[in-house]
Design a protein around this ligand. Structure first.
Ligand code: SF4
Ligand code: SF4
Length: 364
């Protein structure tokens, strides 16, 4: 009976926002069984992605208020149940896999607890399956933001991450990067030294994460300070301002990790590319080492493959000689890249039942 509930949960998760395919590999099922009791799995499915207020859930699920409350509280603690923040009669929604979901919310919080330690061990085993069976299938559905300090003068306001962040939100929350925490848990000796506290969400989701003790509140100015520090550490900004922002590194990020095991990376090119100045470049190799997608070769000087370059600006920010500048692609190329990106993103959305919370945060 328990197994049946988790199998059905795996199918249900495949219908949530990001449209991850139903993965019934043992590593995934172990993760589900650890995160959800059979009763919680059944509750999530019966609630549906839209969830409801307590009275509505009683009617919808046939479970009494008295039985529902401890189930909901247990799921909130684990990060598998969202509760509308600051509401006396909140809407409850089960969280699907990714944005918001298992990878982020369930690993947020105090990572020293036995619960999160065991969870990270299970995630570490699941990560190659996740990359091979799930995110690679989605294709190039991510985009990097160019590091603000190296944006070219002709960049537009909607290409400036900090301007977009200031315009879209006034409340943020930060927690540990799940990818890096999982990597450190799996192999502490080999793990990278990149900053950990840099996984950010904003608005309603942030208020929930702070209320539940999963994250720490940050103002928009503090969020920008964190982004600055991440840029200095060579991390790639990605995500949606006002919703969720990641600072990915090539060592631990599941999306960039896909490249390590020979999968096509999941990043689409943004509106910029890097260009090195052969007059001032000293061929030190720092940029080639830093580039998360292997777009730089050092021959006599640094050479950037503009076909591979995702426009993150990590190389330009790290070049001590200031020999790399970011260049805006032609309007024609930008239009084509945007159309291709939206096609992939649209496919991901259209094959799923969009998560109502995420759609609300996206303004839908
Ligand atoms: S980091 Fe700068 S100086 Fe060093 S190889 Fe790259 S472009 Fe040249
Ligand atoms: S060359 Fe690499 S590091 Fe530089 S902007 Fe392009 S993708 Fe980013």
């Amino acid at each position: 009976m328990g197994n049946d509930a988790h199998e059905k949960l795996a199918d249900w998760l495949a219908t949530t926002f990001r449209g991850l395919p139903s993965i019934k590999k043992p590593e995934f099922m172990d993760l589900l069984r650890f995160l959800y009791t059979p009763e919680e799995a059944r509750l999530a499915i019966r609630m549906g992605p839209e969830g409801g207020k307590l009275d509505e859930l009683v009617a919808k699920t046939g479970i009494t208020r008295e039985e529902l409350k401890p189930l909901i509280q247990s799921m909130e603690k684990k990060g598998t149940m969202y509760t509308e923040p600051e509401s006396k009669d909140p809407v409850y929604r089960p969280l699907g896999l990714e944005v918001p979901g298992l990878a982020e919310t369930s690993t947020w919080g105090d990572v020293s607890t036995p619960f999160r330690q065991e969870l990270m061990g299970l995630w570490d085993k699941f990560r190659p399956v996740y990359v091979n069976e799930a995110i690679s299938e989605l294709g190039q559905h991510n985009r990097a933001w160019c590091i603000v300090s190296v944006l070219p003068p002709d960049a537009k306001p909607d290409e400036n991450l900090y301007e977009q962040l200031r315009q879209t939100t006034d409340y943020g929350a930060v927690a540990g990067c799940p990818c890096r925490l999982i990597e450190r848990h799996g192999d502490p000796g080999e793990a990278c030294g990149c900053p950990i506290d840099c996984c950010m969400c904003f608005g309603e989701m942030a208020r929930w994460a702070v209320e539940q003790g999963h994250s720490r509140h940050v103002t928009v100015d503090e969020a920008i300070e964190i982004l600055d520090a991440c840029a200095e550490a060579g991390q790639v900004h990605t995500g949606l301002p006002g919703v969720l922002l990641c600072n990915c590194c090539k060592h631990a990020c599941v999306n960039l990790y896909a490249m390590k095991i020979g999968k096509m990376h999941t990043y689409s090119k943004n509106h910029f590319f890097a260009r090195a100045d052969s007059e001032t470049c000293t061929s030190c190799g720092t940029c080639a080492e830093a580039c998360p997608v292997g777009a730089v070769q050092i021959e006599k000087t640094a050479l950037v493959d503009t076909d591979k370059c995702i426009g993150c600006g990590v190389c330009a920010a790290g070049c001590e000689e200031k020999s790399i500048r970011m260049v805006r692609r032609s309007e024609e190329e930008i239009a084509q890249l945007d159309a291709e990106f939206m096609e992939v993103f649209g496919k991901v959305i259209s094959k799923t039942k969009p998560d109502p919370l995420v759609m609300k945060m996206l303004g839908g």
